[in-house]
Design a protein around this ligand. Structure first.
Ligand SMILES: C[S@@+](CC[C@H](N)C(=O)[O-])C[C@H]1O[C@@H](n2cnc3c(N)ncnc32)[C@H](O)[C@@H]1O
Length: 280
């Protein structure tokens, strides 16, 4: 399965000098790879094109591939290679209790209407999904039926979300009381208690893939700090895909810096804690 990553024998080791001689990284082909990534995943690197092409080059060299044509055909013939390339490109920052005002609004809405299914798209390594559950347990009531589903295109992030172990930096906005209640601390890691994990599910998913619509409908969707990677056309497409996943009058939370337009098919509702969009 990992044949494309097969390690060379020591005797086959390619020296730096040899690499220089055999490498043929044509940026025209790198641009074709980036255009494909933009089309399939929404990721628009046109503002960091040069630096992203160099990342592609480092990725190729790491796997002993010496030209972009070979890399391009490989990602189209080997799903694992494509997955690893997307993993390398989509490492996103996240942490517990980020933009907490939205969680406060969710707790208030839960007092008014029946909310049981929440989607985090994207969830990255799980901090947002667990934050929602912890916040609601702390501020609404423990006997709610809330279930949070987290999706992300990055398979490594989804794996760590499932494990539920986080760095000290990632939990730095949580009080000691919350850390003691919901986490076990060992080896400098804070691991979410197993019993708490039954209310959360994670799965790898590209939000532009038709299979997104196979998910059951949700009452609330959090889509925060991902749309910044897309251009306006893709932002609108992503929001339309998520809108189709919402129940009637469903709620959409979007990150503060994510969009500069009012999304179609929603009305904006503002409160002291922040704003959200209600499906119409
Ligand atoms: C900065 S993180 C945001 C995580 C979390 N929502 C937060 O606000 O902290 C952005 C995430 O978007 C994910 N992403 C980018 N394009 C995606 C796509 N087409 N489908 C699903 N996830 C995507 C990346 O893998 C990354 O984990």
């Amino acid at each position: 399965m990992f044949s494309w990553l097969k390690k060379r024998k020591k005797s086959d080791t390619v020296t730096k000098e040899k690499v220089k001689n055999i490498s043929n990284f044509d940026d025209k082909i790198a641009k074709e790879i980036l255009a494909q990534i933009k089309q399939e995943y929404g990721l628009d690197y046109s503002k960091q094109e040069y630096i992203t092409m160099r990342k592609l080059e480092r990725f190729a060299l790491k796997h002993e591939i010496y030209d972009f044509s070979r890399l391009h055909s490989l990602i189209n013939s080997t799903p694992l290679a494509k997955e690893q390339l997307i993993n390398m490109l989509t490492v996103g920052e996240t942490y517990f209790y980020r933009e907490v005002g939205h969680f406060k609004i969710l707790a208030e809405l839960m007092c008014e209407k029946n909310i049981t299914r929440v989607l985090c798209a994207p969830s990255s390594s799980g901090e947002e999904a667990y934050s929602i559950l912890i916040y609601i347990y702390e501020n609404y009531n423990k006997n709610n039926n809330l279930h949070v589903t987290g999706i992300d295109v990055n398979s490594l992030s989804i794996e760590s979300a499932k494990k539920g172990c986080f760095s000290k930096r990632s939990v730095s906005f949580l009080s000691d009381a919350i850390l003691n209640k919901y986490f076990t601390n060992s080896d400098l890691k804070y691991c979410i208690n197993t019993s708490f994990k039954r209310n959360v599910t994670f799965q790898q998913q590209n939000i532009f893939d038709a299979s997104l619509q196979e998910l059951e409908k949700f009452d609330v969707i959090f889509c925060r700090n991902m749309l910044i990677y897309f251009n306006d056309v893709q932002k609108k497409e992503a929001i339309a895909n998520l809108r189709a996943l919402l129940n009637p009058e469903g709620i959409l939370f979007i990150g503060h810096a994510d969009i500069s337009f009012e999304p179609d098919g929603f009305i904006k509702v503002s409160s002291l804690s922040g704003s959200y969009f209600k499906k119409v």
